[in-house]
Write a protein that binds this ligand. Structure first.
Ligand code: SF4
Ligand code: SF4
Length: 407
């Protein structure tokens, strides 16, 4: 390797390593491990400890098109047994059914044994009265009289303006003073400068950001993490696997991981990456399959941060993955529904599968199975979806790519 490439590779490693110079205001210190339980972190300097793994209720198991409540019950029992007692739901998840599911399943446990996080859908609220109506509806659906963690959902420059106009923070602060919210924060999808403005506006208890080894630089998650750390705001991580993509990657990236350690899953690398950041309080994962839950429990039990050598392994795998030319969609569905019926994430999913495995016949088959209405070629480029994508994907342009991939 010549000197220029050597320096370049050092820079890449330095920018990817989950290491931040900002350590002065760590708000989530580690606590000693308990046998058979996932590791926990302390919420600031309080008595409250939070499991490093949180049970996300955005991608629950389904059966015949509905949430498979019996499987959720079994998963929650396993989670609780291993100390995974942080549950994260939202008004939008599963068309509103996630909150109902949280209520049905968690109400079987003593209220003090679990922590529940829910979110105010700022984009949906039309008035201050609407905010109050939604909040009360959420308490009822979740069968609780307080939320442990409550967030203004998916803040960005636009929703932040709306939240200020509707005085959402002020309303929720009142609920906190009444004891109906224990910790008040926000989830976020926008640029670091917008985050800074929001984070400095109020004394937030925590913030939830998209953080993983792919987004550390390309989504500027590192800057976001550092802004929050500097302000002493603990970080909850969403999308640690970037919609599942970092659990599968492509063959050459997977081989990098397997060569390094054949005994652990590809997903475990991504979880350890974010868990290695000291100001991360909890890492959320939507564990649709029970085997994912078990694997994640294994990763977070006696949690071990990445060594410098392991960070280098992630860098090599990421380099191999980025060569595929995939579309960086997390399948969050925020862009849906499309007025003409295009199934945006499904098109991106089959396109990414093509990029990863090169199987043109399979792509053609999956594309045909979508049906004409849902296919990328039906997009009329109205641009409605583009404004809603937290990943800032140029959806109409990418759909043209998908449509052109068919032969
Ligand atoms: S740009 Fe295309 S995919 Fe997006 S909302 Fe309009 S028609 Fe649907
Ligand atoms: S295109 Fe954007 S908004 Fe739509 S599912 Fe993908 S990441 Fe989410």
């Amino acid at each position: 390797m010549d000197r220029r490439n050597f320096l370049k590779s050092l820079l890449t490693l330095a920018s990817l390593a989950p290491v931040s110079k900002v350590t002065t205001a760590i708000a989530a210190p580690a606590v000693p491990d308990a046998p058979g339980k996932v590791s926990r972190r302390r919420y600031k300097n309080t008595a409250l400890t939070v499991p490093m793994l949180g049970y996300g209720m955005m991608r629950l198991p389904r059966l015949n098109g509905e949430i498979d409540i019996e499987t959720v019950k079994k998963q929650v029992a396993i989670a609780m047994k291993h100390g995974v007692n942080y549950f994260d739901t939202a008004y939008f998840y599963h068309g509103g059914e996630s909150e109902n599911c949280a209520g049905k399943v968690l109400s079987q446990y003593p209220r003090s044994s679990y922590m529940l996080a829910d979110k105010m859908p700022v984009s949906r609220a039309r008035s201050a009265a609407d905010v109050e109506r939604i909040f009360n509806e959420q308490l009822k659906k979740c069968k609780v009289d307080y939320f442990d963690f409550y967030l203004l959902h998916a803040l960005n420059a636009g929703t932040w303006k709306k939240a200020q106009r509707l005085k959402v923070y002020e309303f929720l602060k009142k609920k906190k003073d009444e004891g109906k919210i224990r910790h008040l924060g926000f989830s976020f999808h926008d640029t670091p400068d917008v985050l800074k403005k929001i984070a400095e506006a109020y004394p937030w208890d925590f913030a939830q950001i998209q953080l993983n080894y792919l987004d550390w630089t390309i989504y500027r998650s590192r800057e976001q993490y550092e802004i929050l750390t500097r302000l002493g705001i603990p970080v909850i991580v969403m999308e640690p696997l970037r919609g599942g993509a970092l659990a599968t990657l492509n063959q050459s990236a997977r081989e990098v991981f397997t060569r390094s350690n054949p005994d652990v899953s590809v997903a475990s690398w991504a979880f350890r990456y974010v868990g290695s950041l000291p100001n991360v309080l909890c890492v959320l994962s939507g564990m649709t399959m029970t085997e994912h839950l078990m694997d994640n429990i294994k990763t977070f039990t006696n949690f071990k941060p990445l060594s410098p050598a392991e960070q280098n392994v992630i860098t090599s795998a990421l380099n191999a993955y980025q060569k595929t030319g995939i579309i960086l969609c997390t399948a969050c569905q925020y862009c849906m529904p499309c007025p003409v019926g295009v199934n945006i994430p499904a098109n991106f999913n089959i396109y990414n599968t093509l990029k990863i495995n090169g199987n043109q016949q399979r792509f053609n088959r999956s594309y045909a199975n979508l049906g004409k209405k849902q296919q990328a070629a039906s997009c009329v480029s109205c641009g409605l979806c583009k404004k809603k994508c937290p990943q800032q994907i140029d959806i109409p342009a990418m759909l043209k790519k998908v449509a052109a991939a068919k032969n």
